[in-house]
Design a binder for this molecule. Structure first.
Ligand SMILES: Cc1cc2nc3c(=O)[nH]c(=O)nc-3n(C[C@H](O)[C@H](O)[C@H](O)COP(=O)(O)OP(=O)(O)OC[C@H]3O[C@@H](n4cnc5c(N)ncnc54)[C@H](O)[C@@H]3O)c2cc1C
Ligand SMILES: NC(=O)c1ccc[n+]([C@@H]2O[C@H](COP(=O)([O-])OP(=O)(O)OC[C@H]3O[C@@H](n4cnc5c(N)ncnc54)[C@H](OP(=O)(O)O)[C@@H]3O)[C@@H](O)[C@H]2O)c1
Length: 511
């Protein structure tokens, strides 16, 4: 958003508050061994900050974190970013037409306020670790590590390590640490679909030369990779995706059978359809299951003692270190209580109308307020890049707020009707998707309602198109003129297009 504000609209008058001591978000907080992207990096990067990543399209966490820092530097954002500052709450002042934001300085404990015409919350969705619920955890004498804020000073060499979890994070950790530990036991209560990592070979000197010197080639390649990745949205449709799903599930079964020992095939191959959970591209984890010192236990742990993890049948697995890779708490986001307009906060609003936002960005009762990134409901994907949707949302927000930003006055809010219709559309389209019918439980689904509040139920191309031109009738502007772009989608403009179309067709027939 910062880059867009600076580069697209030339606005310098903004501030970014970040709770952690460094920028990076996901890529700062998730620092576990083996952490990497799971979508080709050429797509998992900003369109306005494209980079030649070299031969590999799979970048480890430190490289992605470094990339984010480079973007901050290249766009001169450092002066705008205040780290170690936690936003506590924000209240809309109707008379003054601004937000009053309360912030805590984490270093000094000082609490201060800032006012702003526009408030954008990009507070993330995958940053609060899921609570550990294994009985006896408090009695354990060894090290307990979590995938988030992983303590890298703990040496795993020669130790008995237990990993709990079986999704992207757990499998990346196991693939990385298996060779150096004494024993490694994984407790996996669920199953996942594993696919071979698609490899785009870009290391040949001729390819390197072409990418460096042929203008537009890198962008074209990015577009091509994006198209291929987005095509796999097809597999998520219950009806039309059946053939694609079948092919992918066959590929996955072959892949697992080729790489993992036969004794684990039943424990590894899911009985639900691919797409219900985010697929995992992996080779290292499956291969590591062949080590004699690595054991996969297809159940949740029963309890924990001082020095072991106990299986459901009472057998004890010795443990010096337990690594929890059990994901994130995505539903108890306390932060939502902190955005208020006259006593109505975002949590109450979601409770009244359902969790959701118009195009993931705007909610009717909060003027001049927008959500962005994984904080945006229904904007993530199970198949493509979250960076892409975040960029689309940021562009959309800018198109809507431009006049207020320039005039430093006025308000805009999405209409209740537009919000309601959009929500209805989201719910209706989700019913056509595989995660809704399979309903195997995942972080996609709201624990309380069982509804998918994480994913966009169509392709990323569709989201891009939907966010391209804001619809005039969906927004109310007060004390400020509308953005010129909205004039093209106003009722007047629409009827002018209609008249022109009818007149044009009639002329063509009559001529
Ligand atoms: C291990 C891992 C790997 C992933 N890999 C991929 C991938 O390959 N492809 C993909 O598309 N997606 C991936 N994702 C999803 C990923 O979360 C998103 O792609 C993206 O990084 C989210 O960015 P964000 O800015 O929305 O949120 P975040 O990166 O979570 O940033 C939110 C920021 O807000 C800050 N914050 C929160 N609350 C406050 C507060 N009260 N005050 C101040 N600051 C606050 C946080 O500290 C954080 O820095 C991955 C997620 C994880 C966990
Ligand atoms: N770029 C990447 O490659 C990458 C890497 C890591 C993460 N991510 C993304 O980050 C998100 C979260 O991934 P994640 O792997 O951290 O979490 P996750 O997908 O939510 O998976 C959590 C795992 O822990 C298990 N689990 C949950 N609660 C448990 C409990 N109380 N006791 C025992 N086991 C429990 C789950 O089992 P069930 O399946 O049975 O629920 C699952 O195996 C996803 O979007 C993922 O795509 C991406």
């Amino acid at each position: 958003m910062g880059c867009k504000l600076k580069a697209t609209v030339g606005i310098d008058d903004f501030e970014i508050y970040e709770r952690e001591p460094e920028v990076g978000g996901t890529w700062y907080i998730n620092n576990y061994p083996g952490c990497a992207n799971d979508i080709p990096i050429i797509v998992y990067s900003f369109s306005f900050a494209q980079k030649d990543w070299g031969n590999s399209q799979w970048a480890p966490q430190p490289r992605i974190e470094g990339y984010i820092r480079d973007v901050v530097k290249d766009f001169n954002l450092s002066d705008h970013i205040h780290v170690k500052r936690t936003m506590l709450n924000a209240n809309w002042n109707k008379e003054k037409e601004y937000w009053v934001v309360t912030i805590k300085n984490n270093e000094t404990g000082e609490i201060f306020t800032r006012t702003s015409n526009i408030l954008i919350s990009a507070h993330g969705g995958l940053d609060v670790p899921r609570p550990i619920d294994t009985p006896g955890i408090e009695t354990f004498k060894g090290d307990i590590l979590r995938s988030q804020r992983y303590d890298q000073t703990v040496d795993l060499t020669g130790k008995n390590v237990v990993v709990i979890g079986n999704a992207c994070t757990a499998t990346q950790i196991i693939g990385e640490i298996a060779p150096k530990v004494k024993t490694l036991t994984q407790f996996a209560r669920g199953k996942q679909w594993f696919l071979p990592k698609p490899v785009v070979h870009l290391g040949h000197p001729v390819v390197r030369w072409m990418l460096k010197y042929i203008p537009g080639l890198h962008t074209a390649l990015r577009g091509l990779v994006f198209g291929v990745v987005d095509y796999f949205m097809k597999a998520m449709y219950v009806k039309n995706g059946e053939a694609t799903r079948k092919k992918r599930m066959e590929t996955s079964k072959r892949h697992v059978k080729n790489l993992a020992p036969a004794k684990y095939h039943d424990a590894l191959i899911p009985d639900f359809q691919i797409g219900a959970k985010r697929r995992i591209f992996d080779e290292d984890y499956l291969k590591s299951l062949n080590y004699d010192h690595v054991d996969l236990i297809a159940e949740r742990p029963a309890r924990i003692t001082e020095n072991s993890v106990v299986r459901q049948d009472g057998t004890e697995v010795p443990a010096d270190v337990i690594i929890y890779a059990i994901g994130f708490d995505t539903t108890t986001n306390k932060f939502l209580e902190n955005f208020n307009n006259n006593g109505l906060n975002l949590r109450q609003h979601f409770a009244n109308v359902g969790t959701g936002a118009y195009l993931g960005a705007a909610v009717a009762p909060l003027p001049n307020f927008f959500l962005l990134g994984t904080a945006s409901p229904n904007c993530a994907s199970g198949h493509n890049s979250v960076i892409f949707t975040s960029e689309c949302t940021a562009n959309f927000i800018i198109r809507v707020i431009k006049p207020i930003v320039y005039a430093k006055k006025g308000t805009v809010h999405v209409t209740k009707e537009a919000e309601r219709k959009y929500q209805e559309w989201i719910r209706e389209k989700h019913q056509e998707m595989i995660w809704e019918t399979e309903n195997v439980g995942s972080f996609y689904l709201d624990n309380n309602t069982g509804k998918n509040t994480a994913l966009y139920p169509r392709s990323h191309t569709h989201y891009w198109w939907s966010t391209l031109i804001p619809k005039d009738s969906d927004f109310v502007y007060e004390n400020v003129s509308k953005p010129w772009l909205l004039q093209f989608t106003s009722k007047k403009a629409m009827s002018a297009y209609g008249t022109a179309l009818v007149a044009g067709t009639a002329t063509w027939f009559l001529a």
